[in-house]
Write a protein that binds this ligand. Structure first.
Ligand code: GLV
Ligand code: GLV
Length: 331
């Protein structure tokens, strides 16, 4: 019998032929429609494989329901590098494999992070709105003066693949790059990207730009809050392309309102798609709708990567991006 696969959202075309080559695919065909938790919980049980997105909440209740169904759920392929939407510990306990899509979106996400940095520093979206509103009456010596990027100090929090790719971009702008990470990089890696390891506090105090590239976990929940904003420079610009809840968004609003920091460029939000209403009113803050990995090529690669992880599992191979390889011994 062919395994049953549920695809929870419309994804790039390249994924479907891979999935159809070995399974019976049931898919949400409506672009932009996200099934609610209840709808997904209603549809998923009885599928062998789940191809899901970061907007799907795969919690213990969901996993237990799918593990008890016939056929039981065997593997979840998340089409994202982040997997905080999935209770991986419970999946592991229930013998359900989980994979993500690292690597393929590293440079694309770093491009967006650096783009947000430039856009925020040089006030590009704000000045574009000004121009489109017909308010540009001529070159002005004081018109939209922003912060200098070239030569400034960038602090990178989380020096994994994406953080290192961000450092690579910064070196092209002759920036001084500080980083803080749970574990220090090798001397060779530090040298390659001209990175200086500093304490978390020192990074907050010294940086003109702070860019977040750590995963969202219990440890990084509200990593940047009231205490951290108080340590930052008044000129500091905060960039977030990681996960919204790494920042205490209400504390960010206060820090921006009181001038504790200068601005922020945000691609992710604590309660997305909801945004703190005050942020929407702040003209100098740059906001993007979680598009870090959104290039045609990368999204297609993420889709085929997720599909190929399921295919590998089906063939009895080790899925290349499995997050809980221990479950394979239990099969
Ligand atoms: C996007 O946010 C991802 O985790 O891939
Ligand atoms: C994600 O790919 C990371 O490790 O930064």
């Amino acid at each position: 019998d062919k395994p049953k696969i549920l695809v929870t959202q419309k994804v790039p075309d390249a994924a479907y032929p891979i999935l159809e080559s070995f399974g019976i695919v049931e898919a949400n065909e409506e672009e932009g429609v996200i099934w609610s938790y209840d709808e997904l919980l209603h549809r998923a049980p009885g599928h062998d494989y789940l191809f899901c997105l970061l907007t799907d909440t795969i919690d213990a209740r969901f996993l237990e329901t799918c593990a008890a169904a016939n056929p039981r759920l065997k593997m979840i392929a998340n089409m994202a590098v982040g997997f905080n939407n999935i209770d991986v510990a419970t999946a592991t306990r229930l013998g359900i494999a989980v994979s993500n899509t690292p690597g393929v979106l590293t440079d694309t996400t770093a491009d967006l992070a650096f783009g947000l940095l430039l856009a925020t520093a040089r006030r590009i979206p704000e000045s574009e709105r000004f121009l489109r509103a017909g308010r540009f009456t001529g070159w002005g010596p004081l018109l939209f003066c922003g912060a200098e990027v070239y030569g400034a100090t960038l602090g990178i929090i989380g020096a994994g693949r994406i953080g290192q790719a961000m450092a690579r971009r910064a070196s092209g702008f002759n920036m001084r790059v500080l980083y803080h990470n749970r574990s220090r990089l090798s001397a060779e890696e530090e040298q390659r990207y001209n990175l200086t390891f500093v304490s978390f506090e020192e990074l907050l105090k010294e940086s003109d730009f702070i860019s977040l590239h750590c995963p969202y976990t219990q440890e990084t929940h509200h990593l940047i809050g009231e205490r951290e904003f108080a340590l930052m420079k008044p000129e500091a610009i905060l960039i977030n392309t990681a996960r919204g809840a790494i920042i205490d968004e209400k504390a960010l609003v206060r820090a921006l309102q009181t001038g504790q920091i200068a601005s922020a460029g945000l691609d992710v939000f604590e309660n997305e798609p909801a945004i703190e209403p005050e942020l929407l009113q702040m003209e100098h803050v740059v906001l993007a709708p979680h598009i870090g990995s959104a290039s045609l090529k990368t999204r297609s690669l993420m889709a085929t990567t997720a599909a190929n992880n399921l295919l590998a599992f089906q063939k009895g191979e080790v899925p290349p991006n499995i997050l809980n390889p221990d479950v394979l011994d239990q099969q």
